[in-house]
Design a protein around this ligand. Structure first.
Ligand code: GAL
Length: 696
């Protein structure tokens, strides 16, 4: 039985509280850096937070130097004061452990804490995250700080969640110093037992790389030519684990002192620093360690069409939920408008901030937070937007923030509801890291982008889609996409086969299942371990050049990749290459497997072509859209209306966001929580408009 408590003022309906979720309703707020402001500003800020409907702020993320200005000196009077002030005004606190950036005195005393890059340069202080993830000195000092924080503030009534560090690995994802090298060797010993096993796993008979002792192994720092692929892959795994160790060590201290307070650290899913990709942390391994999964999302121009940034938002939100095992997650940071770290930092257009926030909420984010509350006037982020901009309260941005806060307060009844998602797309960090290495058939293969394209091809039909780790539970999905998961184990293949046998339609794309989890090729024809499940065999890859396209027999244009794929016994060829190096070979195949089917796609169709492929698979699998619309409906044709359903056992809410430049009408009945009017079968959404309809 789920407990209910009265909602925020004005919500009018009981609010479901997720067990373990630290705030009632949908949390709204952002990072707040009071240490950047004189104390007299704080009272104004907290009053303005109330005006904006802020219910939670994250504080002390970069406050280590303020809390410990000198060795042995502790100054936390200011933090007590701001916690009291926030609590007195009904604002909860996600309190950081403050370990993200060590103070200069600590680094000057222990200069070896600073990370070293792949070319051997030790990085200077002056920015942030200037610490080596393997440094025992950093570990000791940071855990002392965490202990102080937990003991001094863990019983403060404002504190509802711990925020460990900040975006672990964003700037210090890998360090090549001697301490890291020794840690890497210890990690390898643990994983492999003996050096012979490492030699086998890395194939060190190649290029005279055989190791006779663990001590000969170093980091894969800059070298003469291509590095050893096994070493490079293990290095990425190790770097992720080294950072995870820091998270777990901080969490253990917190849980020992304040076991009732949930712990999170903010992920950057689907994003490396400033780019789309796997990043440095294997979040499929990290997520089970979080009490609450939280994520930061920033719109990144992808250069692939104007809607690409919002598609990445939807993908990363669906991945955040996937990592949270389908449960609600916390949007820790996004921006009200421009960021400061792209080449040109575009301001958001009117309504864009609201559409972004609702797209996250629709996908299970039960907290909508921003970086940051008050825009800085000094420091490297002074040109980064905030809830309270430089222009002050007499600004469109501030008025929009206040309206958004009010709306989020009204949406409290949605908290805890599940998201309807009959399809899923797998992402695998090992495969993505392997594809980032040199010496591959084509550097254009990027599993995260292929996953994003498949996700888009599903969601543009209005069908909800999870994005999950490649080892996650597959049961219950009628449609499963395996996009360039190049490294597969037999256990994973067995699970895909079992899913298909039980009725799922499994779509595998090119460059999947080529190698095992050690990146050792499976011979006998590609795609190695998947040959039997798919009923296809490929002898040679034919990657396409940057501007090269080839067409199928039905005219579908494809890029990036092609293969001389042949269907084996009983496999149906659905599309054939009509031209190019693989003319006559199979481009799309389908094999019946038990009550389901296994499909193979040996190339990258353009977005329209991929949408047609997925339309066919979704229809055959019976994966229904959140809202059934006629095929000639403008929302379907343009694919620019985002429709997602959240629901509980007895109620449901339809989120509809119109990204197009024209009004659309949707067949919906219920009560729109945005406009607060009844919807009697026709929901009219203006260009850029949005609605959240409690369905009748
Ligand atoms: C995040 C970080 C924040 C802030 C923000 C600016 O990566 O966690 O502290 O720097 O970016 O976009």
């Amino acid at each position: 039985m789920t407990p209910t408590v009265p909602g925020p003022p004005g919500a009018g309906r009981p609010v479901r509280v997720d067990p373990g979720w630290p705030t009632p309703g949908i949390a709204f707020g952002g990072d707040y850096n009071p240490e950047q402001w004189p104390e007299e500003v704080w009272d104004t800020d907290v009053a303005l937070m109330r005006d904006a409907g802020v219910t939670v702020v994250t504080i002390a993320v970069f406050a280590w130097a303020r809390l410990q200005p000198e060795p042995g000196v502790w100054d936390d009077r200011w933090l007590h004061r701001i916690l009291d002030l926030l609590h007195g005004n009904g604002i909860a606190v996600d309190l950081a452990t403050a370990t993200a950036s060590p103070p200069p005195w600590l680094i000057r005393a222990h200069p070896e804490i600073r990370p070293v890059d792949a070319r051997g340069t030790r990085l200077e202080i002056g920015s942030r995250q200037t610490w080596c993830p393997s440094s025992p000195v950093f570990r000791e000092h940071s855990l002392n700080l965490v202990r102080e924080m937990a003991q001094r503030f863990g019983d403060h009534p404002a504190v509802v969640m711990w925020h460990v560090s900040n975006e672990l690995g964003n700037h210090n994802g890998s360090c090549y110093c001697e301490v890291s090298a020794a840690h890497f060797r210890a990690w390898l010993r643990d994983r492999y037992g003996g050096v012979d096993a490492v030699n086998r796993a890395w194939g060190t008979d190649f290029w005279s790389q055989h190791y006779s002792d663990f001590d000969e192994i170093g980091t894969p720092a800059a070298s003469t030519a291509f590095g050893n692929p096994g070493q490079l892959l293990d290095w990425r795994r190790f770097c992720s684990d080294a950072l995870l160790e820091q998270f777990l060590a901080e969490k253990a201290v917190l849980s020992g002192i304040t076991p009732a307070i949930p712990v999170t650290t903010n992920f950057l899913v689907g994003t490396g620093p400033g780019e789309i990709g796997p990043g440095d942390c294997d979040y499929a391994r990290w997520a089970p360690e979080q009490d609450i999964v939280s994520n930061d999302h920033y719109l990144i121009g992808l250069g692939a069409g104007e809607d690409a940034p919002r598609l990445h938002l939807e993908f990363s939100a669906d991945l955040s939920r996937g990592l949270a095992g389908g449960r609600p997650w916390w949007l820790m940071e996004h921006s009200t408008s421009a960021v400061n770290w792209q080449r040109v930092n575009r301001a958001k257009s009117p309504g864009e901030m609201e559409r972004n926030s609702l797209a996250h909420l629709a996908r299970g984010a039960d907290a909508i937070c921003f970086f940051q509350f008050r825009q800085s006037v000094i420091g490297a982020e002074k040109y980064h937007s905030a809830m309270l901009p430089h222009a002050g309260v007499d600004s469109r941005r501030w008025r929009d923030v206040c309206r958004l806060g009010e709306l989020i307060g009204r949406l409290g009844e949605v908290a805890g509801a599940d998201v309807e998602a009959p399809a899923t797309v797998l992402v695998d960090w090992d495969s993505a890291w392997a594809c980032q290495q040199d010496a591959h058939p084509s550097e254009a293969i990027d599993p995260f982008r292929i996953a994003m394209a498949a996700h888009r091809a599903i969601t543009r039909h209005g069908v909800g889609c999870d994005v999950i780790g490649a080892e996650a539970d597959l049961s219950g999905y009628p449609v499963i996409v395996v996009p360039a998961v190049v490294l597969l184990s037999t256990a994973q293949v067995d699970r895909l086969t079992a899913a298909a046998t039980a009725g799922a339609h499994v779509l595998v794309t090119y460059f999947s299942g080529i190698a095992d989890r050690f990146d050792r090729i499976v011979t006998g024809g590609y795609p190695g371990l998947l040959r039997d499940l798919l009923g296809v065999r490929t002898e040679e890859f034919h990657p396409l050049g940057p501007d090269q396209t080839v067409r199928w027999d039905d005219g579908t244009a494809c890029s990036t990749w092609s293969e001389d794929t042949v269907a084996t016994d009983g496999t149906q060829v659905i599309a054939t290459y009509a031209e190019g190096p693989t003319e006559g070979a199979a481009a799309l195949t389908r094999r019946r497997v038990g009550r389901g089917a296994a499909w193979y796609l040996s190339t990258q169709p353009d977005p329209q072509g991929l949408a047609r492929v997925l339309a066919r698979i979704l229809a055959q699998a019976g994966a229904a859209p959140a809202l059934a619309l006629p095929v000639d409906h403008p929302a379907v044709i343009a694919g620019e209306v985002d429709v997602v359903r959240r629901g509980t056992a007895d109620r449901s809410w339809l989120f509809a966001i119109n990204h197009s430049a024209a009004e659309v009408t949707l067949p919906v009945r219920g009560h729109d929580l945005v406009s607060q009017v009844a919807v009697d079968g026709e929901l009219h959404l203006a260009a850029g408009g949005y609605a959240v309809v409690r369905e009748a």
